[in-house]
Design a protein around this ligand. Structure first.
Ligand code: C2E
Ligand code: MG
Ligand code: MG
Ligand code: MG
Length: 283
């Protein structure tokens, strides 16, 4: 009986635990195969500015599993981190994003577009990360500011000084830095002030019920005010309705992303979507 076992005894007979372990092992081995067989794809979701003009996209990883169909990143990023596969996969996303920026740079009406890439903690922590970003930029010949790296507050677990130093090297290269999912982490405001950031992204969690939940509305307002006082750009994610957008705009939000404008799309569908947009010369 596990109840009576000593503290250091391993309980071998927990069928539930066993199921979790083998599900994870299966996922890990599926992921390795997916990487070998290039089952990954990137969808792009538009980001829009205050008057609805498109300013860029976020690159979102998709796994096209031959049996399970499209698998969303929430279901496999953690496993990719645990198996270290996030390192080559993350490098691939970075290269694809830079190639996309380079392709758009040749087109007058697309040349201002930025591409945001999500960076996992494991990837950021990797000793070669900064060099990889550098080489991705050099190989594609892009203007570095068009590459936006989306970092999360969980990076701060590694220590503030190490994180700031690494972010500083990226900033020095001219890359744009955004803090993703802001509000759900644990970073203190005094830390935030020291990070060399360009943008805060308000998490969808606070946008969802912004019109009905006074606490969420207060948090969103506070994040927008904080961004203004730290002289940072602010983008709200998960904006699904015009009423949400209007509320955020009244609080001084500059930019948006969400189903209201467009869901994440494969590149050919995104190109078709952009063809239908009114052509506006960017300032
Ligand atoms: P995230 O970076 O916060 O990305 C935003 C998520 O919100 C995306 O989910 C997007 O599809 C979804 N979304 C956007 N607009 C709306 C909306 O109006 N309503 C709703 N309900 N959802 C919306 P997705 O694509 O499933 O990605 C989930 C998370 O996986 C991302 O959250 C990001 O943390 C991670 N992720 C995605 N791609 C990558 C990647 O290439 N590398 C790493 N490390 N993480 C990635
Ligand atoms: Mg993101
Ligand atoms: Mg986000
Ligand atoms: Mg989020």
């Amino acid at each position: 009986q596990a109840k009576n076992a000593g503290r250091n005894t391993v309980c071998f007979f927990d069928p539930e635990m066993q199921a979790v372990v083998s599900a994870n092992a299966a996922l890990a081995s599926d992921l390795r195969q997916a990487w070998r067989e290039t089952q990954f794809q990137i969808d792009y979701q538009p980001q829009v500015g205050h008057d609805g003009q498109m300013i860029g996209v976020e690159a979102l990883l998709r796994w096209k599993h031959p049996q399970r169909g499209m698998v969303r990143p929430d279901h496999f990023i953690a496993a990719a981190e645990e198996t270290s596969l996030i390192i080559p996969i993350g490098r691939w996303v970075l290269d694809q994003a830079c190639a996309q920026i380079a392709a758009w740079a040749h087109r007058q009406e697309r040349r201002h577009l930025t591409v945001a890439v999500n960076v996992s903690v494991r990837q950021f922590r990797h000793p070669e990360f900064v060099d990889e970003v550098m080489s991705a930029i050099e190989q594609s010949g892009i203007q570095p500011h068009k590459l936006k790296l989306e970092l999360t507050e969980s990076l701060l677990a590694d220590g503030i000084d190490v994180t700031i130093a690494k972010m500083g090297r990226l900033k020095a290269m001219g890359v744009t830095l955004s803090l993703d999912d802001f509000g759900i982490g644990y970073s203190s405001l005094s830390y935030l002030k020291r990070l060399p950031l360009d943008q805060l992204k308000i998490d969808r969690e606070f946008v969802k019920d912004i019109l009905t939940d006074a606490n969420d509305a207060a948090i969103a307002k506070a994040v927008i005010n904080l961004a203004h006082s730290l002289d940072l750009d602010v983008l709200a994610e998960g904006v699904e309705t015009e009423a949400q957008r209007e509320f955020l705009a009244r609080q001084g939000c500059h930019s948006y992303q969400g189903y209201l404008f467009c869901k994440p799309l494969p590149i050919d569908e995104l190109e078709a979507f952009m063809e239908r947009l009114p052509v506006e010369a960017p300032a």
